[in-house]
Design a protein around this ligand. Structure first.
Ligand code: GLN
Length: 489
């Protein structure tokens, strides 16, 4: 049972073979047994988890079960929750309790989900390895000497080791897809504007989007169905977004005639040979299933990382200016005056990666540099968007590796921010263009999971989900799980 999909657990709940309380207890026991090793959860309140499960069983006894009735879902520490602390894994928000639930949390509750706890992450979601967390690094269940990816590393590790069957993450430049790839699970970043950002602690507002991290494509669809939809209290949530029939998209598993673009810029020298081979083999499989593989070019890909590392820090420097220690958050001892209070509180509260982003962003936005950096980066962003628009005139969907390398060792890249930034070379353009992107397992490199990324046109998560579901149905990769945690590898 621990490695079951959400939909399998749902079947068992529906047929009365188990109860929400039994399911919750099973995962709580696994968290108690394995969290010390993995550091995937930073907050857990077993009594509260069981109380929600009991309430769900009581609801089911009286009413028709809601879409996620009794299903455990963990959430990244970036989501504001009224229950328990919301700290964004930063000392500046140590012991902060949010006054309200993020809209996606409200939606999960309304769908009957049991919220399991808060998962570890890079501080303010800035990182690709979970090593910038104020609560210490999280570990990859496939090899605990290695990183689980980031920034949603805790959510990824928790799902991969079956400490929860599903989790929510956020993705600004790859933070759902890259950790999903390196831990062998499935994760979706929806189209920008599909999911409300209200109550999600902001990193880069024009890029941030929340999404699910699960064992299967269908589970990803189930959660996205629950959390997506217009929110009149979030100006970036799109009111008339084209709707998707989420579960039907997963049932339509036919690849016949599907035109899959293979961008040459995503198969480059320097990437891991086994990663490349796994993705090439996956594309051959799609061809056998009736798809047509078409070589395409996304010529501005090379500029994506540079544009992102101007835009994201610029937005972050503005968003993080609110942490001034006046109304909430860490405040230094005995400030001499107001300026001393601001500077010392921020110096003590933020970690070094967050400071690096604030400084870079403030510089890029400062007068005299704005045109050279921020404006230029926005122009590059438009070119990247146009690359995709042109490509989708020729193909239905694009397939690429999610990450150029499998999980690296803890500490391996911490002294070299630039190589760390390059971990997201294949995921960042999707955020800049606002498109849906999904990562699913497609093999192993040096016994570590490899991810296959599907990119769709805006609002066409259905195409992405059907392609991923067809590939998943024809292969066995999503059934693999790390043996040390009781899985079948
Ligand atoms: N790794 C990227 C960064 O550090 C992306 C992070 C994210 O998607 N939140 O900015």
């Amino acid at each position: 049972m621990p490695f079951s999909s959400l939909s399998d657990i749902q079947d068992r709940l529906n047929s009365g073979q188990t109860t929400a309380v039994e399911v919750a207890q099973l995962y709580l026991d696994r968290i108690a047994a394995f969290n010390d090793t993995l550091n995937a959860f930073v907050h857990i309140d077993p009594t509260h988890v069981l109380a929600q499960a009991e309430a769900s069983d009581a609801y089911r006894a009286k009413h028709e079960a809601r879409p996620l009735e009794g299903l455990p879902i963990a959430v990244k520490d970036i989501f504001c929750t009224q229950d328990g602390p919301t700290q964004c894994c930063s000392n500046i928000l140590k012991d902060f309790h949010a006054p309200y639930d993020a809209q996606v949390i409200t939606r999960l509750k309304e769908a009957g989900a049991v919220l399991v706890g808060k998962t570890n992450m890079d501080e303010f979601a800035m990182g690709s390895s979970n090593e910038t967390s104020a609560f210490g690094a999280c570990r990859n269940p496939w090899d605990t000497e290695r990183i689980p990816g980031g920034s949603s590393g805790g959510s990824a590790a928790a799902v991969a080791a079956a400490l929860t069957p599903a989790a929510l993450g956020t993705d600004t430049g790859g933070s759902i897809r890259q950790p999903a790839a390196v831990t062998g699970i499935t994760g979706l970043k929806p189209t920008y504007g599909r999911v409300s950002r209200r109550g999600i602690i902001a990193f880069a507002s024009s890029l941030d989007q929340a999404g699910p991290m699960t064992r299967t494509v269908r589970d990803t669809a189930m959660i996205t169905a629950a959390i997506s939809g217009h929110d009149s209290r979030d100006a970036t949530s799109v009111a008339d977004a084209p709707e998707v029939d989420w579960l039907a998209a997963c049932d339509a598993q036919d690849m016949k005639g599907l035109k899959i673009g293979r961008p040459k810029e995503y198969f480059v020298d320097g990437m891991d040979a086994e990663v490349r081979a796994s993705v090439e083999t996956a594309l051959k499989k799609c061809e056998e299933l009736g798809a047509e593989i078409i070589d395409i070019s996304l010529p501005h890909t090379e500029a994506a990382v540079a544009a992102y590392y101007v835009i994201a820090p610029s937005e972050a420097s503005a968003n993080l200016s609110r942490y001034d220690s006046v109304r909430f958050g860490h405040r230094c001892e005995n400030p001499e005056d107001l300026l001393d209070m601001y500077t010392r509180s921020r110096d003590e509260g933020f970690g070094s990666e967050v400071k690096r982003r604030i400084l870079t962003g403030a510089f890029a936005l400062s007068s005299g540099y704005y045109d050279a950096y921020y404006l230029k980066a926005q122009q590059v962003r438009t070119l990247i968007q146009q690359d995709f628009i042109q490509a989708f005139e020729e193909v239905d969907v694009i397939a690429t590796p999610t990450s150029p390398i499998p999980a690296f060792k803890l500490g391996e890249k911490t002294d070299d921010p630039l190589t760390m930034y390059l971990s997201d070379i294949f995921t960042i353009a999707v955020n800049l263009a606002g498109l849906p992107g999904l990562s699913q397992p497609c093999g192993f490199a040096s016994n570590l999971p490899v991810g296959l990324q599907w990119i769709g046109p805006a609002w066409r998560e259905d195409i992405v989900l059907s392609a991923a579901a067809a590939y998943e149905g024809a292969t066995d990769w999503s059934n693999k799980a790390p043996a040390t945690f009781g899985g079948e590898s």
